[in-house]
Design a binder for this molecule. Structure first.
Ligand code: CP
Ligand code: NVA
Length: 311
């Protein structure tokens, strides 16, 4: 099994990786998926340990990392910040230094991106961002792996509808690196961070992908191969829920919108989903939806990432 060599210690955002590195991770993920589906498990991370710090809820990230480490022959430790001393004010720097003496890698889900940056700086072991307010690289890498499995990445048209949030940021950067054309359709006041958009445009100069941000849905979906959405209210924004419901009321994946897309267009969502808000139940539960393939692929893609970072 060929384990890719990465030039980065940590994965805090998709653009910590080059196109070649991402494609080699995809190849390894495919291989791990095939061997697992044939009933075999390779154990390249025997005796390795991963600390998983969670300051926010999770189903997919927690379970896929924990099951993934076990399948690779290692062990994952679930550390809710309520239970460890971080929750009582121990610093991120001290936590990073201590964990570096015990384990071989850290996965962290938190709010401020700067916390993940500090953990990475202060630890001597690889750090993986399992979601911050600004980025969700494991999900976006998985999503592009899901598209890669189905055909070409280069020249594929992905339209993201909804909040210009962590998911939008990581998808924009991933698209730019991989040559995917992306249009982010977001209402005024909820567009992706300008710095992220500029970074994506800068990267796209080399790869030729087109990066667009707009408020107008209809034109965007005409040539769309993949239509993606995420919740209107992300974790930590619960107090803004009512305001957001109003702002996003027209930014929805509906059966009517699907009629404007090409027949082959597939629907994606990182999950958890709110049926009847950002997406109609009839769409997410239709044959055009590949949301559970995405969810499954979190396991395979992250196993490849863990091997590349920790082997
Ligand atoms: N998509 C995703 O990250 O799901 P969880 O919040 O359940 O981990
Ligand atoms: N944008 C969502 C993604 C959840 C996987 C959130 O941050 O809550």
């Amino acid at each position: 099994m060929k384990i890719p060599h990465l030039n980065t210690k940590d994965i805090l955002e998709v653009n910590d990786l080059t196109k070649e590195e991402i494609l080699s991770i995809f190849q390894l993920a495919s291989k791990l998926k095939k061997t697992r589906n044939s009933g075999k498990l390779l154990k390249p991370l025997k005796n390795k340990t991963l600390a998983m710090i969670f300051e926010k809820n999770s189903t997919r990230t927690r379970v896929s990392f924990e099951a993934g480490m076990y399948e690779l022959g290692g062990l994952a430790m679930f550390l809710s910040s309520n239970d460890i001393q971080l929750g009582r004010g121990e610093t991120f720097a001290d936590t990073a230094k201590v964990l570096s003496r015990y384990v071989d890698g850290i996965m962290i889900r938190t709010d401020q991106h700067s916390k993940v940056v500090e953990i990475a700086k202060e630890s001597s072991i690889p750090v993986i961002n399992g979601l911050t307010d600004d980025a969700h690289p494991c999900q976006a890498l998985t999503d592009y792996f899901t598209i890669y499995e189905r055909g070409n990445l280069e020249g594929t048209n992905l339209v993201y509808i909804g909040d210009g949030n962590n998911m939008a940021h990581s998808l924009l950067l991933g698209a730019a690196i991989l040559g995917v054309n992306i249009t982010a359709v977001c209402p005024r006041g909820y567009q992706p961070d300008l710095h992220v958009v500029e970074t994506a445009i800068e990267i796209s100069r080399k790869t030729g992908s087109s990066i667009a941000v707009t408020t107008s849905i209809n034109d965007a979906v005409i040539n769309c191969d993949y239509l993606y959405t995420d919740v209107w209210t992300s974790m930590g924004q619960e107090k803004e829920a009512a305001k957001r419901k109003k702002a996003f009321s027209k930014y929805r994946i509906t059966t009517e919108l699907m009629r404007k897309c090409p027949a082959h267009c597939k629907v994606m969502h990182c999950l958890p989903a709110h049926r009847g808000e950002e997406i109609d139940a009839e769409v997410i539960d239709s044959p055009q939806s590949i949301v559970f393939d995405q969810a499954e692929n979190r396991l395979h893609l992250q196993k490849a990432l863990l091997c590349a970072l920790m082997k």
